[in-house]
Design a protein around this ligand. Structure first.
Ligand code: NDP
Length: 246
């Protein structure tokens, strides 16, 4: 229970990796602010964590909205305390070939995956720098390391996450703040269900069933590993794939 008594804010906590991370951190004794747009899902998660004796504050948050972001952070600080851990996990994967893509989907991916993460990283860093400690974890992807046809705009968003996070890591270390990037491969979650392009969605769903994918809990364990290292250790980057994934 190295993390007991700490406070975490997790974005995109209503399903998948974010929800699994909320549950695992709460089991470690962390008071968790679980943020996303679907309040009903967060309420269910809150009940699950409370039944295990943990603390979870459900927070409605749209990471693309400035007022929503500052409200969520303010409520976290007021009700749980300044976060020791911020997990920027909220994301959308609106895949499709460039030729057929709707640029509105590109804008949504950049606003959610990149700008939402950057703004919250800045706010978290300001609070953590004052206390000279903290962990910022960015959920990127293997798609931030290797690009593929049909994934260009999503690749661009995750590449941006990695570039921003490496610059932030170098700046933050002077303030005792660690920045970790977690890069999952194929994880069984709701993420591909929102792919707007029918052919791409079918192809991706097939790829998810062609091997044994990671579970959201596998990735949550990697996140918990990163934030529970002793202060002199920084896990900069964690690439975690299903054993069968190329
Ligand atoms: P899910 O679809 O289960 O989770 C995505 C989460 O992001 C949901 O909780 C959703 O909540 C939230 N979200 C989306 N848009 C917003 C927004 N505007 N404001 C706040 N929250 C938002 O998928 P995953 O758990 O798989 O995805 C989590 C992260 O993992 C993403 O960043 C994704 O890119 C990354 N990833 C996933 C992989 C996979 O194979 N599944 C592989 C590599 C990386 P709500 O709709 O309630 O707002």
């Amino acid at each position: 229970m190295k993390l007991k008594g700490k406070v975490a804010l997790i974005t995109g906590a209503s399903s998948g990796i974010g929800a699994a991370t909320a549950v695992l951190l709460a089991r470690e004794g962390v008071a968790v602010a679980a943020a996303a747009r679907r309040a009903d899902r967060l309420a269910q998660l809150g009940e699950q964590v409370a039944a295990e004796g943990g603390t979870l504050l459900p927070l409605e948050l749209d990471v693309t909205d400035e007022e929503s972001r500052s409200d969520a952070l303010a409520r976290t600080v007021d009700e749980l305390g300044v976060p020791d851990i911020v997990v920027n996990n909220a994301g959308v994967m609106l895949l499709g070939p460039v030729l057929r893509a709707d640029p509105a989907d590109w804008r949504r991916m950049i606003e959610t995956n990149v700008l939402g993460l950057m703004y919250l990283s800045q706010s978290a860093f300001r609070l953590m720098a004052e206390r000279r400690s903290g962990d910022i974890v960015q959920v990127s992807s293997v798609a931030g390391r290797s690009a593929a046809a049909g994934s260009a705009a999503y690749n661009a968003s995750k590449w941006a996450v990695n570039g921003f996070s490496e610059g932030l890591r170098q700046e933050a270390l002077r303030y005792g703040v660690r920045v970790s990037v977690v890069e999952p491969g194929i994880v069984q979650t709701e993420l591909p269900d929102h792919i707007p392009d029918d052919r791409t969605r079918a192809r991706v769903q097939e790829a998810y069933t062609a091997l044994t994918p990671l579970t959201a809990e596998d990735v949550a364990e990697a996140i918990v590993y990163a934030v529970s290292r002793p202060p002199h250790v920084a896990v900069g980057e964690l690439l975690i794939r299903p054993a069968e994934q190329l």
